[in-house]
Ligand binder design. Structure first.
Ligand SMILES: *Cc1c(COP(=O)(O)O)cnc(C)c1O
Length: 365
């Protein structure tokens, strides 16, 4: 069945795209999600510790051979894309007398991980020979940049190659469970890639994979040019801090390290305890902004390791303790991760995952 019955798998690698696995996973469970995909075995452990339901965890990337036994015992499935891991899985499963739940990743053109044709034949034979010990829960591939139209032909070819692999596996009578290929961008731009399961990351945190994907969606869904265009995605996360101190600075003074910012009048400078250690890029020095009292305040001088300075000369009531929004909404004003990405040339993805796990995540909903 294509489309309407696809299983939703929440991708929570990269510390749930910076949101924090422990904070995010139970929220997703409250929305009914029961399937989560991580990159590595250590993330799978975090997911298991965070879950409050009988949710299933899939490792899409790194798991050492000696961690496979742990995965099997905990019902964690994992991708298999090369022969050595498959052999290790068979061996571990036999030892424990419990089947390994695997997702066979096939090569379709990304050329990162995935069995090519020949390897796949050997894999099928090995799986057959050890039947009760290997359960193929899924067959999958990953697309090489579905968020950019420049990759259109390559993506289409990948989807065709994936179907060819599936047909071959079906001919051989191997039961391959759920077919899955789509990430966030693919769901919007290549609906035919929505097979039995989708792996959604960035979009379910409320961010577009790219401006192109957003345009694609809006052009398709907003037919009436006079309609009010609303973005269907809702951001899950906000990033807030507080003013740490406020002080007056005389005209003609440099602010902070070096000489990049010179006051031009009597000014008031506030410090905010957020710096590049916290993922606020240093190249936002003299360029970034934050929200204070529902308005934009400019970052002045260099962003330091643990703090930044903002100009609050035009915020007469600014005082220690006032809320500062770095990403999110304050009254009518709004700063998106995307605006950040434009200024730092980081992707949305990068800005999010750079938020260090040490910053406390507070669930407010
Ligand atoms: C990260 C990842 C996804 C999710 O990608 P988004 O663009 O964030 O939706 C899906 N599949 C694999 C294999 C991934 O590594």
């Amino acid at each position: 069945m294509t489309g309407s019955y696809a299983r939703f798998t929440s991708v929570i690698k990269g510390n749930a795209y910076g949101h924090g696995i422990a904070a995010f996973l139970p929220l997703a469970e409250q929305c009914g999600v029961r399937s989560f995909a991580v990159f590595s075995a250590d993330e799978a452990l975090q997911a298991i510790r965070a879950r409050t339901e009988n949710s299933h965890v899939i490792i899409m990337g790194a798991i050492d051979n000696d961690q496979i036994g742990w995965a099997i015992e905990n019902d964690v499935s994992f991708y298999v894309f090369e022969p050595d891991r498959l052999r290790a899985a068979v061996q571990a499963a036999k030892g424990i007398r419990r089947p390994a739940r695997i997702h066979l990743e096939v090569e379709t053109g990304l050329n990162r991980t995935g069995f090519d044709n020949t390897e796949l034949q050997d894999a099928v034979a090995l799986i057959r020979d050890h039947q009760p010990y290997v359960v193929v829960e899924g067959v999958c591939t990953h697309l090489a940049g579905a968020e950019s139209i420049g990759n259109y032909l390559r993506i289409i070819q990948q989807l065709q190659a994936f179907q060819a692999h599936r047909a071959t596996l079906a001919e051989q009578g191997l039961s391959t469970g759920l077919a899955h290929a789509a990430c966030s961008a693919a769901i919007f731009a290549y609906p035919s890639s929505i097979l039995d399961m989708v792996r959604v990351g960035i979009a379910h945190y409320g961010f577009w994979p790219s401006l192109e994907t957003r345009m694609h969606y809006l052009l398709q869904h907003v037919r009436d040019p006079h309609a009010r265009v609303t973005d269907p995605l809702r951001r899950v996360m906000e990033w807030k801090s507080r003013v740490m101190s406020v002080k007056p600075v005389k005209p003609g003074e440099f602010v902070g390290y070096g000489t990049s910012y010179l006051t031009s009048r009597p000014q008031r400078i506030a410090t905010v305890p957020v710096g590049y250690f916290h993922g606020f890029a240093r190249n936002l020095s003299n360029l970034g902004h934050v929200l204070l009292h529902g308005r934009r305040a400019n970052v002045v001088g260099a962003v330091n390791m643990n703090m930044m300075m903002i100009d609050v000369s035009d915020f007469p009531l600014a005082k220690k303790g006032d809320e500062v929004v770095i990403i999110g909404r304050q009254k009518r004003a709004h700063i998106s991760v995307a605006s950040f990405s434009d200024m730092t040339r980081f992707l949305n993805y990068e800005v999010l995952v750079r938020l260090p796990s040490e910053i406390p995540r507070v669930v407010v909903a």
